[in-house]
Ligand binder design. Structure first.
Ligand code: SF4
Ligand code: SF4
Length: 323
């Protein structure tokens, strides 16, 4: 039994699925950046990308459900050749679905992507964008030289299209710590971001989401390299907060990989914790799943789950409880 499962027994709390409300699709590991904290190990040389055929199978499955939200992530999801096709297919479904694009901002300025921001605005796609700080040094240290300047230019472009201003074009930013520590209080940090980005660059946005770095992927390698992995695990375990359990994203999200395989969350996806049947012998894909049968299903956990339950908690939508 992993340490997280053990603490659930001790508390005692159980972690089971509720009704699925979000289909989070990780369309691949291709990215124009190589951030130090990346849990996907994404980068420009990764070859794993979702095919046209897999997108069609996902759309066919989705069309038979009432799942209201489709959340596209990667890598830089915009870099797969069929990104726009995917969005167009989702927007043609009835009932209508809400679409989220998890965007690293800099992709909006890359050669060949010049009209992407306008496309997203036309399709009323919500943008959740990574922005680990409002200061250049911190962002460039984590995400690479010049990323801060590119992110600022991209945010100004999004504002010029109405993002962060028009209620139909939400623009949220994501903060994650630059090192082995927990995020500060979300509401206070959001106020700082709003004040500084407005004052320095005239940028507005809707909400700031604070995320905890999970000790997997490139961030785990960074911790290991600096001899800090066990210390960081202790920090997360010490900060375990049972009040976060109900709000964990694995309760209402189905996570899908670039081949259509299914997981409880994007972190489990990166760890290869694919759903299976028949005693683990048959790996499951989205098209094998009946969404109406998922309530009560047990969630696969590991030590990394402490990253989601530490302090105020952490989900794709930020903190779970107030600090
Ligand atoms: S953290 Fe995001 S932007 Fe950075 S390398 Fe990973 S997928 Fe790309
Ligand atoms: S990593 Fe977080 S979201 Fe994923 S299964 Fe564990 S607690 Fe749930």
């Amino acid at each position: 039994m992993n340490r997280f499962a053990q603490i659930l027994v001790e508390n005692p709390v159980s972690l089971r699925r509720a009704r699925p409300e979000i289909l989070q699709v990780n369309v691949g590991k291709l990215c124009n950046l190589t951030c130090t904290h990346c849990h996907v190990n994404a980068g420009p040389r990764r070859k794993e990308i979702m095919t046209h055929e897999t997108i069609n199978r996902i759309i066919d499955w989705l069309a038979k459900t009432a799942i209201p939200t489709v959340d596209l992530t990667g890598g830089a999801p915009e870099m797969i050749p069929d990104f726009r096709y995917f969005i167009e297919q989702v927007t043609s479904l009835r009932p209508q679905r809400h679409i989220i694009d998890r965007c690293n901002l800099t992709i909006l300025l890359e050669l060949g992507y010049e009209d992407l921001a306008q496309f997203l605005a036309t399709k009323k796609v919500e943008i959740i964008a990574s922005m680990p700080c409002y200061s250049a040094d911190n962002v460039n240290a984590q995400r690479g030289e010049g990323v801060f300047e590119g992110s600022i230019a991209a945010l100004q472009l999004l504002n010029s299209l109405g993002y962060g201003i028009d209620p139909e074009l939400p623009l949220h930013l994501v903060y994650n710590p630059i090192g082995a520590f927990l995020p500060p209080a979300q509401a206070e940090l959001e106020a700082d971001y709003k004040r500084e980005l407005q004052k320095l660059f005239g940028i507005v946005f809707n909400k700031l989401y604070t995320l905890t770095n999970l000790p997997i992927g490139r961030f785990a390698s960074y911790l290991q390299h600096n001899n800090k992995l066990e210390e960081y695990m202790e920090l997360l375990i010490e900060a375990f907060n049972p009040a976060t359990m109900d709000g964990l994203m694995c309760r209402n999200t189905i996570s899908v990989g670039w081949r259509g395989e299914v997981y409880d969350c994007d972190f489990n996806q990166q760890l290869g914790m694919q759903w299976s049947s028949n005693g683990g012998n048959e790996p499951l894909f989205l098209w094998n799943i009946d969404p109406d049968s998922l309530e009560g299903r047990e969630i696969m956990t590991g030590d990394h789950c402490f990253g989601c339950t530490a302090g105020a908690g952490s989900t794709c939508g930020g903190a779970i409880v107030d600090d």
